[in-house]
Design a protein around this ligand. Structure first.
Ligand code: GLU
Length: 562
């Protein structure tokens, strides 16, 4: 833990609940959390809900849930409370009124009676003239205080403006990321701190809160950089210490433009729903602007909580590269234990279960169905036909039945983990890749695989299937991947076939396509009689009538075994 400060660190994440928690906000939350943890400080969560039009209770929940999912626990804030509360700005109105009273007492603010029309006219005139608009012209700054009070007492509408002190030079501060910053005095306006209706303006509320909550470091997006001088003036007027600021650079999409919806998923929720693990997400977000040593890429939460420092945050824009996130997710999936994988994968295992059982139910009787080839441009990978149902959505009943099955057979589901663990980059892969485990005796044949593997000239797939079936039908064979595979492999020599020529037809017959998860591990997980039934159905379908049409038979009119 480096000596990042001598005082007890207090940081805050201050989202406005006007939408979901986006990647940029999540990174800000993470850096605040990590900085608090690494310094033994306090992490405060404050909800900036003063925009009544756009703030909703639902968004607050969505943000809290996203924080919880990322496991960014806060020490003070909603749900946990704390001595500096309340932690919703709408519940802090009295504190803004008190701050205003103090500033009035100190003569740091003045009432301004200029109407909107007057201000608009002044702005328009200034913009038309040379030099342009340089801010409020301070008409009300020098009103006689007694006269101003009379106008207030008479009920004349007014706002309160913060008086930029005479002779206040440039506003300067040392940003922990951007370095020395200086905002020229001419750029400083006598800003409104309290509106006509008595509500605080954004910059006033934020600075009051940070002062009252004893925030020592303000770590936030650099879109707030231009607010910082304004907020510094508020601290100074209140006579409170100015915190250290650390502004975080922008996050760009791979095309170099500011990350947005256009680049795909943008909210933490969407990433969760696409099968990313919170640990992978945290690791990935941490590296969007910070590095441990410039090279380590896999960094656990514990390391982050120990080693994070503002000194290693860069001001270079960060690039959001989802390929890297997917790779990282794969690394974390590989490290999971099987039970944890089942728990985390429930939605997608349920989808696989539902897709598989629905396909089997749609084909009455035991048989094989040849699926039509996916239309070009659907994004389904070659040979992935049968399971590529990206748009598949289980019904609530199907989902419920599937989840009940997962609960009832947790140990069996845990055995699915090795089928995917090595290659999976998203937990969602299970939904696409595993429906074949739920077909029962039925098999959905991918048309391309039928053509390329079963019906290809000289492939001798019928012979291969017959030979393998012989091994699999042997009641005395232990139903385990390794002995099954070895016994089948021993057929290669007498048949004069390469292992691939022998195994690929079997893969298609049991799993439906030529790119399925590992074959013999799959067989081990299926009931003996279902495996035999699938082979028989495939043989009948591809070779039975001697003219299997693999080129686009609609699924529900497939070639059931006669
Ligand atoms: N509520 C502001 C936002 O969501 C953050 C304010 C701050 O961090 O100072 O952008």
């Amino acid at each position: 833990m480096e000596d990042q400060t001598t005082a007890h660190v207090r940081v805050r994440f201050a989202p406005s609940p006007t939408g979901r928690l986006h990647v940029g906000g999540a990174r800000t939350a993470l850096y605040n959390w990590a900085f608090a943890r690494a310094t033994g400080g306090t992490f405060v969560l404050r909800i900036e809900d003063t925009d009544p039009e756009r703030s909703t209770e639902e968004n607050v929940q969505v943000i809290l849930n996203a924080m919880k999912w990322l496991e960014l626990d806060w020490d003070e804030g909603p749900e946990v409370g704390g001595a500096a509360g309340p932690y919703f700005q709408t519940q802090r109105m009295d504190t803004y009124a008190e701050a205003l009273a103090l500033l009035r007492e100190r003569g740091a603010v003045y009432p301004c009676f200029c109407t909107k029309e007057e201000l608009d006219a002044k702005r328009a005139a200034a913009e038309a003239a040379e030099g342009g608009y340089a801010g409020y012209d301070r008409t009300c700054r020098n009103l006689d205080p007694a006269r101003a009070q009379e106008r207030i007492d008479a009920g004349e509408p007014h706002v309160w403006r913060l008086r930029v002190p005479d002779g206040r030079g440039a506003i300067e501060f040392d940003d922990a990321v951007y370095g020395h910053m200086s905002f020229p005095a001419e750029a400083l306006d006598d800003m409104v701190v309290v509106r006509t209706d008595g509500s605080p303006t954004y910059n006033f509320a934020v600075a009051c809160d940070d002062a009252n909550m004893g925030i020592t470091h303000v770590i936030r997006g650099d879109d707030h950089l231009s607010n910082t001088p304004k907020q510094i003036l508020v601290y100074e007027a209140l006579g409170r210490p100015v915190p250290t600021f650390a502004h975080l650079s922008m996050i760009l999409g791979p095309d170099g433009k500011k990350l947005s919806k256009r680049h795909g998923a943008a909210s933490v929720e969407e990433f969760r729903d696409r099968g990313y693990l919170p640990d992978a997400m945290v690791n990935f977000l941490a590296l969007l602007g910070w590095s441990l040593d410039g090279e380590t890429t896999l960094i656990g939460r514990d390391v982050l909580a120990r080693e994070f420092s503002l000194a290693r945050v860069t001001k270079k824009d960060a690039v959001f590269d989802e390929t890297k996130l997917a790779w990282m997710n794969g690394q974390y999936i590989k490290e999971m234990d099987a039970d944890a994988w089942v728990r985390a994968s429930r939605p997608w295992l349920a989808a696989a279960h539902a897709a598989g059982t629905r396909a089997a139910a749609a084909s009455p009787g035991r048989g094989a169905t040849v699926l039509p080839e996916p239309e070009a441009g659907t994004g389904a990978g070659e040979g992935a036909g049968a399971d590529a149902g990206a748009a598949f959505e289980p019904t609530p009943e199907e989902r419920q039945a599937a989840l009940a099955d997962i609960d009832a057979r947790a140990a069996w589901y845990a055995k699915l983990y090795p089928l995917l663990a090595e290659r999976e980059t998203s937990l969602a892969d299970a939904a696409e890749k595993l429906p074949y485990l739920f077909w029962g005796p039925h098999v959905e044949l991918d048309a391309k695989s039928v053509q390329k593997v079963l019906l290809k000239d000289g492939a001798r797939a019928d012979e291969a299937l017959a030979a393998c079936r012989g091994v699999l039908a042997d009641e005395d064979m232990p139903w385990e991947a390794e002995p099954l595979q070895e016994t089948c492999r021993a057929l290669c020599e007498p048949l004069g076939m390469k292992p691939k020529a022998l195994f690929q037809p079997l893969r298609v017959a049991v799993c439906g396509n030529m790119v399925s998860p590992p074959l013999f591990e799959s067989i081990e997980l299926l009931p003996h009689e279902d495996v035999l039934a699938r082979i028989d159905a495939t043989v009948a379908c591809a070779f039975g009538s001697g003219q299997a049409d693999a080129g686009g038979t609609p699924a529900n009119e497939g070639k059931d075994r006669a």
